[in-house]
Ligand binder design. Structure first.
Ligand code: ZN
Length: 272
């Protein structure tokens, strides 16, 4: 039994889950994400080690800040648990089994983690700021290039297909940066294209079709929920305001990608 490994993998996922909140909050503000300690956004008290343990700190502190008593939003806890589950599912579906750890599956899992981090942070920043964070996309692209080089050198995989997607991704990213330099604004459509090409680059063109369909379904579903929610509250003014607010497409695209990629992995594993 490697239940112990599963627990560690789950914990790793929860640590990344709490890292996402911090990254989404700090990256757009150009703040350091690795060295500076977290602090409570309400009382600014620096958080100690014990306050930073995922899930457990939330439970022991009963969902409140230890210093000022401010409630911690439950969505942080949910994100941590979900992240742990994603890690578990990915790890299991990659077919990594104790004690036969194959290098190729371990490497595949590590680069899956890099892809996952990139997509969740991009999606989170898009939800909060409605922009696709360039730095995170560049980080994800570099990691995927390293992975493809590994596949090419160690396993002799053909990289022809990948290079086309990479070139398209780079063209979109350069166009995006030039547009920003020229106008000082982001072209959201261009940004969504960059994110889409990143997703095709790390998954595949075939997988992008179900991802797009799923994204459209999520957006439609979300619009419907908003409508019902505000109609029930009888607040047509809020509904109108929300309707005029543009949707964060990248947020839904990110969620759809993570779910579709996981499902694909699990299906592949079940068929094997
Ligand atoms: Zn506080």
């Amino acid at each position: 039994m490697d239940i112990f490994t599963y627990i560690i993998i789950f914990m790793m996922g929860t640590v990344f889950g709490s890292f996402f909140t911090l990254a989404v909050y700090r990256l757009p503000l150009h703040k350091d994400i690795t060295h500076e300690r977290s602090f409570c956004p309400n009382c600014n008290h620096r958080l100690e080690f014990l306050d930073l343990i995922p899930i457990f700190s939330y439970i022991f502190l009963k969902g409140k800040c230890r210093y000022c008593g401010q409630k911690i939003r439950i969505r942080y806890l949910i994100l941590e648990i979900l992240s742990g589950l994603v890690f578990l599912m990915a790890y299991a579906s990659f077919g990594i089994h104790y004690p036969n750890y194959e290098l190729s599956t371990l490497v595949a899992f590590v680069f899956f983690v890099f892809m996952y981090i990139t997509i969740v942070i991009v999606a989170g920043i898009d939800k909060e700021y409605r922009t696709i964070h360039k730095g995170t996309i560049i980080f994800g692209t570099i990691m995927q290039v390293l992975y493809i080089l590994y596949l090419y050198i160690m396993e002799g995989t053909s990289i022809y297909r990948y290079s086309i997607y990479l070139v398209l991704l780079l063209i979109m990213q350069i166009a995006n940066i030039l547009y920003f330099k020229k106008t000082g604004k982001n072209a959201y459509i261009l940004e969504i294209l960059v994110f889409s090409f990143y997703i095709i680059f790390v998954t595949s063109a075939e997988l992008f079709l179900p991802i797009s369909i799923f994204t459209a379904v999520l957006i439609a579903f979300n619009t419907l929920i908003q409508k019902v929610k505000f109609n029930l509250r009888d607040r047509p003014d809020i509904l109108k305001e929300n309707e005029s607010k543009a949707t964060s497409i990248g947020y839904f695209l990110g969620i759809a990608t993570v779910i579709v990629v996981l499902l694909e992995n699990v299906l592949k594993y079940c068929i094997k």
